[in-house]
Design a protein around this ligand. Structure first.
Ligand code: GTP
Ligand code: MG
Length: 433
């Protein structure tokens, strides 16, 4: 956000004549500036804001990877459980969607064809689907018994259970170990590929495709999550998370909040003395609806939220950095999901399947939400799961925030000082008359 101080126009400000008073004023400004610079060097408070699933926590994970301490085995076990549970959640949604799309017969045909072609796997894709529907979606049969090695405390399974991941994730992780072969077979089917292409209606996390394509590795007893797995693992934020990092001698205090509607009333608690808001938007979600309200388009929600945040009084003196995130998914998605085909974005007049035009269109929509001009240097197109990209973006955002903050404080001082001088002149005039 540009400078937002209540500036008076130059005509209103009386030019001070050189005097002892003026030089004292100028020394005072210098001292105040020095103090503020020290304050700045002491702490920069940054808020990560944006709608649910836009990528805020992933950015915080990148901060941890780039500037924080290494993840412990306990952390990795927790993420291992989350990854396995993410797969089960995605499978449930995709199986339900396959049925709703009326593709069960298609699956039957595919199974028959596989058998005719001499593909005699232990299970057909239809059998895999039936098993998953029964155990994971409709719960028509009790949970499968699992070998002791896969339960309680780990056994020979490195990940085992993690109390930090919560009961529901641990249960899903157990289901994963019991049904991973069926999940793998179903995900490889052509029918499931059709379901995947139509996933927007059921809000499957796009990046979880990487997990679905890598089931045997994740099911292995030796499985230990990689950095990429940690970045792709999804845990909905339900508490305000505060973390501190010391970067180049400066303390950064980062706040991550839950973006879903039910979480937003907690935001206000961290609105005080904010140096910068990093507003995260998922570019790829232009054709999806909210997890919490299926009637509302996600991009429309992000625009409404951005308008509210960027014009909020609490951020009058804060920098606003806009991250247009999930560019990797956006690049892929525009190839089959036309922007102009979305009712909310039917005014898109650019060419179809064009990344640059698409990005520019959405950037302009966000710029239009602001009263002040948002300089392009405050906008980045990002992929939060790509550490190299995020290192460059976070470095550049840090630099621009520091510069903007110093400039805005200087301007604010200048105006305050002008106000003081004007008042002294009025006092002198009053005395003289
Ligand atoms: N492919 C890809 N996936 C991303 C990107 N950014 C985030 N994700 C994934 O999107 C999912 C949601 O990201 P989060 O960081 O949990 O989103 P959030 O904004 O913190 O969501 P809330 O906590 O609900 O507010 C995770 O599975 C991430 O790995 C990106 O740029 N590209
Ligand atoms: Mg989060």
């Amino acid at each position: 956000m540009g400078c937002c101080c209540g500036a008076s126009s130059p005509d209103e400000v009386a030019t001070p004549s050189p005097s002892v008073g003026a030089s004292v004023e100028s020394r005072t400004i210098d001292n105040q500036l020095k103090r503020m610079r020290h304050e700045e060097e002491g702490k920069i408070k940054m808020l990560l804001l944006g709608a649910g699933e836009s990528g805020k926590s992933t950015i915080l994970k990148q901060m941890r990877l780039l500037y924080g301490t290494e993840l412990s085995d306990d952390d990795l076990r927790m993420y291992g459980v989350v990854v396995r549970s993410n797969i089960v959640v995605a499978t449930r949604k995709l199986c339900g969607h396959l049925r709703n799309l009326g593709l069960e017969e298609e699956l039957d045909r595919e199974s028959r064809k596989d058998l005719e072609d001499g593909d005699h796997r232990a299970m057909t894709c239809r059998q895999a689907y039936d098993e998953l529907m029964a155990y994971l979606v409709e719960f028509t049969v009790p949970p499968k018994e699992m070998g002791a090695s896969n339960v309680e405390g780990g056994g020979t399974d490195w990940v085992g259970q993690s109390p930090r991941a919560g009961m529901s994730a641990n249960n899903d992780a157990k289901h994963f170990l019991a049904h991973h072969e069926s999940i793998r077979i179903l995900c490889q089917s052509k029918t499931m590929k059709q379901v995947w292409a139509k996933r927007a209606a059921v809000n499957v996390v796009d990046s979880h495709k990487e997990f679905l394509n890598d089931i045997p590795r994740i099911a292995s007893p030796d499985y230990k999550p990689t950095t990429q797995d940690v970045l792709i693992a999804r845990v909905r934020t339900t508490q305000v998370v505060k973390e501190r990092y010391r970067i180049d001698g400066i303390d950064f205090e980062m706040y991550d909040v839950g973006g879903q509607r039910s979480q937003r009333r907690k935001w206000i608690d961290c609105f005080d003395q904010v140096t910068a808001v990093i507003f995260v938007v998922a570019l790829s979600e232009y054709d999806q609806t909210l997890a919490e309200d299926k009637r509302i388009n996600r991009m429309v929600e992000a625009l409404t939220l951005f308008r509210h945040v960027s014009n909020h009084r609490a951020f009058e003196n804060s920098s606003i950095v806009l991250l247009m995130n999930k560019m990797d998914i956006f690049r892929e998605k525009i190839m089959y999901s036309d922007i102009a085909a979305q009712r909310e974005f039917s005014d898109y007049a650019g060419p179809t399947k064009d990344f640059n035009h698409g990005v520019a269109y959405f950037v302009q929509k966000f710029k239009n939400c602001l009263v002040d001009e948002l300089d392009d240097s405050f906008i980045h197109v990002t992929c939060a799961t790509d550490t190299n990209n995020m290192e460059v973006v976070l470095d550049s955002a840090r630099a621009i925030i520091m510069t903007d903050n110093l400039k805005r404080r200087r301007d604010s001082l200048k105006y305050t000082n002008r106000g003081t001088l004007k008042k002294s002149q009025r006092d002198l005039a009053a005395q003289a008359s």
